[in-house]
Design a protein around this ligand. Sequence first.
Ligand SMILES: C[S@@+](CC[C@H](N)C(=O)[O-])C[C@H]1O[C@@H](n2cnc3c(N)ncnc32)[C@H](O)[C@@H]1O
Length: 353
Amino acid sequence: MNYIGSKKRLLAFIEEKINEIVDKPVSIFCDLFAGTGVVGAFFKEKGYSLIANDLQYYSYVLNKSTLGINTEPKFEKLTFIENSKNSKSPAENVCAYLTSLEGRKGFIYKNYAAGGTKSKEFKRTYFSDENAKKCDDIREKIEDWNSKNLLTDEEYFYLLACLIQSIDLYANTASLYGAYLKKLKKTALATLVIKPIKIIPSTKKHAIYNMDSNKLAKKIKADIFYLDPPYNHRQYGANYHILETIACMDSPKIRGKTGQREQSDKRSSYCLKREVKKAFSELIESLDGKYIFLSYNNEGLLSLDEVKDIMSQRGEYGVFKKKYQRFKADKDDKRVYKAKNTEEYLHYVKVRT
Ligand SMILES: C[S@@+](CC[C@H](N)C(=O)[O-])C[C@H]1O[C@@H](n2cnc3c(N)ncnc32)[C@H](O)[C@@H]1O
């Protein structure tokens, strides 16, 4: 997923610097702003026990799947999907079954595809008619199976995560859901295929949460806290609102040209100049761990000095820097940026005992 602030291409840098700083025994790694879960997945693979959290429900779904599940689900109760008669894994067979569903006119089709919105005030083209209908059918099928107790908790989240990751590849946007393209682009015209998500094997227990980090921080303990909050005013809820609606399946009230859902309860203090400093100070103060690492960049709402002052309160502080290519939507995005690169910082504090 092309996610704002994704650390996918910074994983090696983050690991190298963490290894340089950490000199006490550590086993619990906590990612409090987990997003797509790539950082957690990376450290899960390295043998850590993970705690992951994010405010957005679609992110919770992704993290429940990639981090929360240690072995491939077997889907034993879906007996009508003939799992043993071919060489594919149960997950591949179930995904193929979901892909083959015909489609139905549900919430996504009625509000975010040309066919469903043609006689409404706003004609929206977030998905092709075919993919919007398929998405509705698949989402409903997963819910139906779950309500009939045909899925374990893990299997339910696994299938939701497969749908979220797959449908995102067919969105008719320049990456974010804050706007859609008028003409269907090539990838949006292709027919939706549900791909199985790769499970990372692990023998450790992992805990996944879906709440405000500042509230969660008061209840948990970890060896390493990794923080990757939003840097600027872009609220994630607004930029990924359709993924949130698909994940929640709550047919929300929507408004305006882009069909945004009401999300005032998911408004992040980290995206607001007047709130960010207080929120960050309170978070740092409440963390119960040995090390705190923070990814931030030179264009963030908090200045380098503000971060330094706040983090230094907890112990020995330092910072690493790296030049980094800024987040770019695809080539249809006409946004003009001041600079092609940003400076990415990894701040740290060895917490005083
Ligand atoms: C920069 S992104 C994290 C990206 C992630 N490291 C990755 O590589 O995918 C910031 C994340 O913080 C989440 N977020 C924002 N405010 C939050 C809060 N108060 N509590 C928990 N999560 C929050 C957003 O939903 C978003 O997913």
